[in-house]
Design a protein around this ligand. Structure first.
Ligand SMILES: *Cc1c(COP(=O)(O)O)cnc(C)c1O
Length: 366
């Protein structure tokens, strides 16, 4: 048994997928954003359940991620969200991925790769409506569309844009982005099977106008709300929990410092326990002297700095080596949520969930 373990609750994942599916009208298709190994939850496991729950496709950040899903046997549409380099195109064509394009990519090179493979490659047009990351600007769509249409081995499957502030309380900027997206759409030939997509998790929950005909939930599949200032919330369940064990218990005497830099000094004799997880596992160093873990159902504060592979907590006299320590999740009547951990670490759930790469995972379905 590994000393530390991530448990992925596939029943909670399925529940979230159902809640999201039911929140949207039937006409709106839903894909599962499973980039970065499904935000650390296992892309293969997550996509299998998404397809069982009626999701139409997967989205990944990169061509390699799409290739891994094909190698795992998935035949559903796979949309790539980030612009690939021309070197990635042979794999993208071969694996039948839907690749994003804008007016900065070498479309003639893409056309040549597809022609050489004797295939028609699906592309979707990335539109920049204000995120300023990738995409063609709405005013440049007419010329871009004409160019794309002139290339017989590229098929325009649809278009998407991405909102920068859909998770803010104030929605004006997100709605202004959707206005610009409408302008871009007015320059495209929208047939019945043409894919139009702008909703991330926050758009799905708060901005019906962003639903179009394909929604792209990421973080809400895995339990966290997109932010704590959303107008609405969905009844989601946390999917990931993180557990370790106490490997060492000792007395820290009054006046003694603990850990690198001696940043915590005991003001009385106290017990400390050592937990064998650190920032190399993705347990952020920013939690030094801030985070808490659960042992025997009680909250135990982190004392001193998080090391690369271990950290220490203040404990009571009952704690023994071998006791379970819950870093994220429930123990007894207490719970430490990923949201609590992120608030203390000064980051968002996406980052910590994706970072916990070294800890072995188990998938359970109840
Ligand atoms: C990551 C990503 C998403 C999913 O975002 P969430 O906020 O996690 O729902 C959707 N669309 C694009 C383009 C993305 O990069």
């Amino acid at each position: 048994m590994p000393v530390s373990e991530i448990k992925i609750n596939l029943s909670a994942l399925r529940h979230n997928m159902r809640v999201i599916r039911q929140h949207l009208p039937k006409e709106v298709n839903v894909l599962a954003v499973v980039k970065a190994n499904a935000y650390g939850h296992g892309a293969v496991q997550a996509l299998r359940i998404a397809l069982e729950e009626g999701y139409c496709a997967a989205a990944v950040a990169r061509v390699e991620e799409g290739q891994e899903l094909r190698e795992a046997g998935f035949t559903c549409p796979i949309y790539v969200l980030g612009l690939p380099l021309p070197e990635d195109m042979p794999v993208a064509v071969n694996e039948n991925l839907v690749v994003p394009v804008d007016d900065t990519v070498d479309l003639d090179a893409y056309e040549a790769v597809a022609a050489a493979a004797g295939r028609v490659m699906d592309v979707w047009i990335a539109v920049d409506t204000g995120m300023n990351r990738i995409g063609v600007h709405p005013a440049d769509v007419p010329a871009f569309w004409e160019k794309l249409e002139s290339l017989p081995h590229l098929h325009i499957r649809g278009t998407f844009t991405h909102m920068a502030t859909a998770d803010h309380k104030e929605k004006d900027a997100a709605l202004a982005q959707l206005d610009r997206f409408d302008e871009a759409l007015s320059h495209m030939k929208i047939t019945e099977d043409f894919v139009v997509s702008s909703a991330n998790s926050a758009g799905i929950i708060d901005i019906p106008r962003s639903w179009h005909n394909l929604a792209r939930p990421g973080i809400i599949l895995y339990g966290p709300q997109p932010s704590d200032v959303m107008t609405h919330t969905l009844p989601l369940q946390y999917v990931m929990s993180l557990t370790s064990h106490v490997t060492h218990v000792q007395t820290l005497h009054k006046g003694e410092a603990i850990g690198y830099g001696g940043t915590f000094v005991a003001d009385h004799d106290m017990k400390t326990a050592t937990i064998p997880i650190g920032y190399a596992d993705g347990y952020h160093r920013a939690l030094s002297n801030k985070g808490e873990v659960l042992i025997n159902g009680k909250r135990c504060p982190i004392v001193g700095r998080i090391c690369m592979d271990q950290f220490m907590v203040a404990v009571d006299d009952e704690v023994r080596p071998g006791d379970e320590a819950v870093l994220i999740g429930k123990q007894g009547d207490e719970e430490i949520t990923i949201d609590e951990v992120c608030a203390k670490a000064g980051t968002i759930p996406h980052e910590i969930l994706c970072d916990l790469k070294r800890v072995p995972k188990v998938w359970v379905e109840e």
